[in-house]
Design a protein. Structure first.
Length: 651
């Protein structure tokens, strides 16, 4: 999730800090100590970071039917889950998430608020839980504990392919802002905009790492879900446009003829085609004043939807690798329709999906949708909820970021609740290049609150944050981090770490090859952090344990200095001997610019291994004239915490 709070981020990065001194902190033995992964490779997860030959993963297919009463703002319905147990274990019970219960009075999240326990009477009302046996429902006992529900089964689900059909009847009230701020409604000139997420009970993941993953939903740590096919229908008053994840299966029953014709045009257009203006009829009239919208989505871990009488709707074709096509769509209130706001939203969405598809992995779904409404920024498979008043460069960054989550973690299904950096940081990283490429660099370079909020050099702008005392490692639990540190750490520092790998440590070719391989290998699967580390090392052919340790597992700082420059036998014509030193705990390659008195410049790169032998390194430079200056990291690519010692100048 990306809550659009740029002023807060600017404040974070503009904090004045005491100049940082790293003198004497470097320990070569600690920096390059043997790196022990949690496992040494097995048949489930290979030592090279890819899924092993016996990798297994459970599956959850859903059929959901709900009615939305816009008068009481209540969602009522049933979900039938077909759960397949591919694990080697019999399962005598199953766990599900009830994430709407985060808003319930007495919830753990409510109890963690600084102002004291809050909450409402909201959350799921579970009317019945039943196992389907021979086509008939049989009620079974269950336990609700906050945002989790355990269902205790009359018979265990058999291992290696056993199935369970579970049917749950439920209802809950849609709050103005609910579900941890990820759903809600907004009043606009032509009607109310509703955004609906986490609206049905969802299976927890059972995996080979921890068994059942049942961390409670507290707000920051997001989601970890099984993949499957989802078929769902929403019944609500006629006259409302519904935008939902996946493919609309009954357009002839809900859309007007004009909307259908315009949609056909949009499928062949590279520029946005208006599907519906605010003043036009929204849908066919329902015989009972109600219409049912039917959607289907394959190979997904979730679905979400939005509805309104106020939506302006436009769409354009997405061009995917291999000649495949998809559809980019935006729905938003009329007040957002100017080019300075949402008028270019579909253009932004189309460009982002095409960039991510060509760079990392082809977009797999038939439709990608932006919804302009009350939620500041939240991602779901095939659809995103975004702030209706955003515009220009800020809107591009927001839409690109949220749809980018369809790659990480919607396609590559990492555990967001434990490892927020594996989705927020990876996604922020790919955003950087999407923004650079959009419309021949219209908004490049990326300089929003997650990369370089002041518009300056990102390597320098991260320094005030990482030199603050008490900063947690990137690998910290999202819910354990102070709110002010979540974006700078999980988004920005993680993304900048990947930039360092791509731009400085590995280079584009090796990084891109390994990162694409990781994405392909773990598409629709559940990677752990060490799977990513190993896949990158194997694909790039590089031992990166020093980097994972210092940047991700620790909060180590980098401080390189030019310690001394001498001439061989005091004769500049015989060459110069330069000594550099690593003062901080973090090692990095040394990037050196040497300029002589004739302004001839030599660029020298020394590998990170120079620091395996200690905190100083001395090397010779051929020259026939005295040196004018020696500078470490002249392009300021590295997050050196003290640049005052990076340059030596001749007297």
């Amino acid at each position: 999730m990306k809550k659009w709070r740029l002023p807060l981020l600017l404040l974070i990065f503009s904090i004045l800090v005491t100049p940082f001194s790293a003198q004497g902190q470097y320990d070569a033995h600690a920096a390059f100590a043997p790196f022990f992964y949690p496992h040494n490779g097995n048949t489930f997860r290979s030592a090279n970071g890819s899924p092993g030959p016996d990798y297994w993963q459970n599956r959850a297919d859903y059929r959901i039917h709900v009615k939305f009463d816009t008068t009481t703002k209540t969602i009522t319905g049933t979900v039938r889950i077909t759960y397949t147990n591919n694990s080697p274990d019999k399962l005598p019970f199953v766990w599900l998430y009830l994430d709407q219960n985060i808003d319930r009075k007495g919830s753990r999240a409510a109890g963690m608020q600084p102002a004291g326990p809050a909450g409402t009477e909201a959350g799921f009302n579970i009317h019945q839980v039943a196992v389907i046996e021979k086509g008939k429902p049989a009620a079974v006992p269950y336990l609700v504990d906050g945002t989790r529900m355990q269902v205790r089964l009359p018979e265990s689900i058999e291992a290696k392919g056993g199935k369970l059909q579970l049917e749950i009847s439920f209802s809950y009230p849609l709050l103005r802002s609910g579900g941890g701020g990820r759903s809600g409604y907004l009043d606009t000139r032509y009607g109310r905009v509703y955004e609906v997420s986490y609206w049905y009970p969802r299976m927890c993941v059972y995996d080979d790492l921890l068994g059942w993953n049942t961390l409670p939903f507290l707000g920051s740590g997001e989601f970890y879900m099984e993949y499957g096919d989802m078929d769902y229908s929403v019944t609500l008053p006629a006259g409302m446009i519904v935008a939902g994840s996946g493919e609309l299966k009954n357009p002839g029953q809900v859309l007007t003829r004009l909307e259908t014709d315009r949609m056909a045009r949009a499928r062949h257009a590279d520029q946005a085609v208006i599907i519906r203006q605010a003043a036009e009829p929204a849908t066919q009239p329902g015989s009972s004043g109600q219409l049912t919208w039917h959607f289907h989505m394959d190979s997904t871990r979730d679905v979400a939807w939005a509805a309104s009488t106020a939506f302006v709707w436009d769409a354009a074709r997405i061009n995917l690798p291999g000649g495949k096509k998809a559809l980019a769509m935006s729905v938003y209130p009329a007040e957002s329709g100017s080019d300075s706001l949402w008028g270019r939203a579909t253009e932004y969405l189309k460009s982002s999906v095409e960039t991510f598809s060509n760079s990392w992995f082809p977009y797999p779904y038939p439709v990608a949708i932006n919804v302009g409404g009350p939620v500041g920024g939240m991602e779901f498979p095939g659809i995103t909820f975004d702030w209706w008043k955003a515009g220009g460069k800020g809107l591009f960054a927001l839409l690109s970021h949220e749809i980018g989550h369809n790659w990480y973690p919607m396609i590559v299904g990492s555990d967001e609740r434990r490892h927020a950096w594996m989705d927020e940081g990876f996604n922020t990283f790919i955003d950087i290049y999407a923004q650079q490429q959009f419309n021949h660099g219209e908004y490049a370079p990326k300089r929003d609150g997650e990369y370089a909020p002041h518009g300056g050099n990102p390597a320098e702008e991260i320094v005030p944050f990482i030199t603050r005392p008490g900063i947690d490692p990137i690998v910290s639990l999202a819910d354990a981090l102070p709110t002010k540190d979540v974006h700078p750490l999980e988004y920005f520092k993680t993304a900048f770490g990947l930039v360092l790998l791509r731009e400085v440590i590995l280079g584009h070719d090796r990084f891109d090859y390994a990162f694409r391989q990781y994405t392909r290998d773990w598409a629709y699967k559940h990677p752990a952090p060490w799977d990513f580390f190993r896949e990158m090392e194997n694909g790039a052919g590089e031992d990166l344990s020093w980097f994972w340790r210092g940047w991700f597992l620790q909060d180590w700082k980098l401080d390189q200095e030019v310690e001394q420059v001498k001439y061989v036998d005091n004769d500049a014509k015989k060459g110069a001997v330069i000594t550099i030193r690593n003062l901080g705990k973090m090692p990095m390659p040394a990037l050196i610019s040497v300029t002589d008195s004739k302004d001839t410049v030599q660029q020298i790169r020394l590998p990170v291994e120079i620091w395996e032998r200690g905190d100083t390194w001395t090397f010779r430079v051929n020259t026939t004239t005295p040196l004018k200056s020696v500078t470490l990291d002249p392009a300021k690519l590295l997050p050196d915490v003290d640049r005052s010692n990076n340059t030596w100048k001749a007297n």
